[in-house]
Design a binder for this molecule. Structure first.
Ligand SMILES: [Zn+2]
Length: 282
């Protein structure tokens, strides 16, 4: 990953410049934390949980169907993360704004943090963004979300809990005209051990599993894991679920039931590797 200075999130202020705000009192907070006091050694993160735009940005120039589609949100990822957090009684942090406002799973210096086109669809609200507009999105959404993840990792460490960071995403069955057969993708780079357990157990459960497919954890597009887990040596894995498997309640339940069994077994396995469990998993 590209080096990023954590101090970068303290934005430069220019007294001669009048900064407009992005979020108003009518908007929800940039992120939500579930089970914020849990000491289960698992931290779930969901970067692309929402299709919400700040009220000040209107529709971003997109039509109704595009605002509900995979270019705007990882369909089903929020429900799956919530279900896992409930079943495992574990902390989860979910971003409450669309990836199109600012993609929290990208290095902020990467152009792909602000897509002006996705899967063939133009994003009018992201055309010709100036630095000030980008900085406002960073300061009001991107960094609050990432700082919340840092806060939870610090809290758990203070309680002598070393969490496994699990990033939950979903992918569209067809992208740029290419069909994707995998049902679940396991993304990894620096932690092949955790990934292998997911690959094996999900395969045993009957899923067609992509090993670093449809995306690779070795690419820079998994910023959240690079930034929060790889840098400090926490165990971690990225999970990508095909959206048609979790676009309904039954599907969410089926996938989350399987994933919670894998995660529970992983946590128990890691107990012998000094990952402390203060409270049994439900
Ligand atoms: Zn995603």
């Amino acid at each position: 990953m590209k080096a990023i200075d954590k101090k970068q999130h303290i934005l430069k202020t220019n007294s001669s410049e009048i900064r407009k705000t992005l979020l108003s009192l009518d908007d929800v907070s940039p992120y939500i934390t579930l089970n914020p006091n849990s000491i289960t050694p698992v931290l779930l993160v969901c970067d692309h949980a929402s299709n919400r735009f700040p009220k000040s940005l209107g529709t971003m120039g997109l039509d109704y169907l595009d605002r509900l589609s995979h270019i705007t949100v990882d369909i089903g990822s929020r429900a799956t993360t919530e279900s896992l957090a409930r079943q495992l009684n574990t902390t989860a942090i979910l971003c409450q704004y669309s990836r199109l406002i600012v993609d929290c799973n990208r290095n902020i210096s990467d152009n792909s943090a602000y897509l002006d086109k996705s899967d063939g669809v133009d994003i009018p609200g992201n055309q010709n963004l100036n630095d000030n507009e980008k900085e406002i999105r960073e300061s009001e959404i991107y960094w609050p979300y990432h700082n919340a993840i840092d806060t939870q990792i610090s809290r758990l460490k203070r309680q002598k809990v070393s969490p496994i960071i699990i990033s939950i995403h979903s992918f569209t069955p067809v992208f740029n005209g290419n069909k994707r057969e995998w049902e679940v993708g396991v993304l990894w780079d620096k932690d092949p051990t955790t990934a292998r357990i997911f690959i094996n157990k999900l395969t045993e459960a009957g899923f067609l599993v992509g090993d670093n497919k449809p995306y690779s954890g070795k690419d820079p597009e998994d910023f959240t894991l690079d930034y929060h887990a790889e840098t400090i040596g926490l165990p971690h894995v990225g999970i990508e679920i095909r959206q048609d498997l979790i676009n309904n309640d039954d599907g969410v339940m089926r996938i989350s039931n399987t994933l919670q069994k894998v995660i529970s077994s992983l946590v128990l396995t890691n107990k012998s590797n000094n990952i402390q469990i203060k409270k049994p998993l439900r």
